[in-house]
Design a binder for this molecule. Structure first.
Ligand code: FAD
Length: 441
């Protein structure tokens, strides 16, 4: 790093990667492994202490209080590792249409990532009694539930722990920060708390990025390759400021709702095992939703049931016994991200039908698992996977290049269609593929 004058911090690199979520971390790490000089720019802090409500809240965008113009809450983490800091570590392979319809074949890269990160379903003792109970109840009703594959090392995970969303203190959960650390050990530079404002272009070609650090000192990185990976909500803002106004027009956010019940026996609840350790993708294709057990950390639980219906707050005392099923839908593309980061995201009639359809099935399963119908309650609806804001075929080509030469994207923003699935494994696959493309490996 060589400050060329006392005003601006200037760095030169082979590649600059903006954002360290799974997309950015992977492409940067692969380039560092290939001997390239990589600079990561991350707007958030480096998470040194994790695993509690207090420690994690400071890494969540505005403490979780981010709402669309219509009042839809959307959650994302701003930190090294992006939202994988708080993700529930579910690994889901991309749908076949990504290859069949868009010619994006990441089969090899996804296989490689699964092997490298030892993606696997958790053993029975780590699934948790409540999740096993819900899985049995669902299967008794004829649904097809199974253990989900996870980015969790079973040898480091502890029975009874459900801290994935608060950040895993044990290091059992893989996060994109692990890839960043690997890249840094190979010489990459990580700059935290630097907000990128725009891409620098010369003669129609991207040559770097411009932003400022927490002390408002300007930062400029010039590089042979410029990769924006600031996530579904961050990337379109940078693109709009860089002369690509079509970014951010329409997006998905995989809205979700938790359906909760208290079983008659007040046994062990879903908060005593990793979230989403089991579940089903069987409704995804036809009905547009997935189902999987989650009970949110207790503070969030209180907030999200209370905001839906203050009378549900009486259920808070039974927190340890609550069984919970998340309904996550594949919503229609819609809304927009504005230049200042504010956004609009109306839920359509079809979106609401899907949420309600999934809720009815979740209620049946909870009843089968021993909950009284009267004791079933829901949270507010919220979004957790914003994407599709700079989609393939609209803002980028299938090599993830924008119409500005040398400006590439690598995050959920490039996903071309409504998704409704956990996207991290896909982002990793895209990152590996892009790295090969960039320097012709
Ligand atoms: C509670 C929760 C649970 C989830 N569980 C799962 C799961 O089990 N499985 C799964 O596959 N997915 C899950 N997800 C979704 C998944 O974590 C995200 O979709 C994924 O992390 C998105 O990756 P990304 O590469 O697009 O960028 P992000 O992870 O969003 O990272 C983007 C990074 O860019 C930085 N940034 C943004 N703007 C700027 C700027 N201007 N300058 C510099 N830096 C900037 C941000 O600080 C952020 O760190 C979950 C999400 C949440 C919130």
């Amino acid at each position: 790093m060589s400050p060329a004058n006392h005003q601006t911090i200037r760095i030169e690199a082979d590649a600059v990667v903006v954002g360290t979520g799974p997309g950015g971390a992977t492409v940067g790490r692969e380039l560092a492994r290939a001997g390239k000089r990589v600079v990561f720019i991350e707007g958030g802090r480096h998470p040194n202490r994790i695993g509690s409500h207090l420690s994690i809240l400071k890494h969540i965008d505005r403490g979780g209080l981010v709402y669309s113009e219509e009042g839809l809450n959307v959650v994302r983490a701003l930190a090294t590792g992006g939202s994988t800091l708080v993700f529930t570590a579910t690994a889901c392979r991309p749908p076949a249409w990504l290859k069949d319809k868009y010619g994006i074949d990441i089969t090899y890269e996804v296989n490689e990532a699964e092997e490298e990160l030892k993606v696997t379903a958790l053993p029975d003792e780590l699934l948790g009694p409540a999740n096993r109970r819900l899985m049995s109840a669902a299967n008794e009703l004829g649904y097809d539930w199974e253990p989900f594959r996870k980015f969790i090392d079973p040898d480091k995970c502890a029975p009874g722990c459900s801290d994935c969303i608060l950040g895993c203190k044990r290091g059992a959960k893989w996060t994109a920060a692990n890839y960043v650390a690997d890249a840094v050990s190979r010489g990459a530079i990580l700059l935290n708390r630097v907000a990128v404002r725009e891409v620098i272009t010369e003669n129609g070609k991207a040559v770097g990025i411009r932003g400022h650090n927490a002390l408002k000192t300007p930062v400029e990185v010039r590089a042979q390759r410029v990769i924006i990976a600031a996530g579904g909500m961050g990337t379109p803002v940078i693109l709009q400021r860089s002369g690509i106004p079509e970014a951010g027009q329409g997006f998905f956010c995989d809205p979700l709702r938790m359906v909760y019940g208290v079983p008659r026996d007040k046994g062990v609840g879903s908060a005593s095992a990793p979230q989403m350790s089991v579940g089903t993708y069987e409704h995804h294709e036809k009905d547009g939703f997935i189902l999987s057990p989650i009970v949110e950390p207790w503070l969030l639980f209180g907030a999200s049931i209370g905001l839906r219906n203050p009378r549900s707050l009486t259920k808070w005392v039974n927190y340890r016994s609550v069984l919970g099923i998340m309904v996550k839908i594949r919503d229609d593309m819609g809304g927009r991200i504005n230049l200042d980061g504010s956004f609009s995201k109306p839920l359509t009639y079809d979106d609401r039908l899907k949420l309600d359809h999934g809720t009815r099935i979740a209620e049946k399963i909870l009843e089968q698992a021993g909950c009284e119908v009267d004791d079933i309650f829901c949270t507010i609806d919220r979004g957790a996977h914003p994407g599709g804001t700079a989609r393939v075929g609209h803002v980028v080509d299938k090599n993830l290049q924008t119409r500005v030469e040398n400006l590439y994207l690598c995050d959920t923003s490039v996903i071309p269609e409504p998704w409704g699935l956990p996207p991290v494994l896909t982002c990793i696959g895209l990152g590996k593929r892009l790295a090969k493309h960039l320097f012709g490996q």
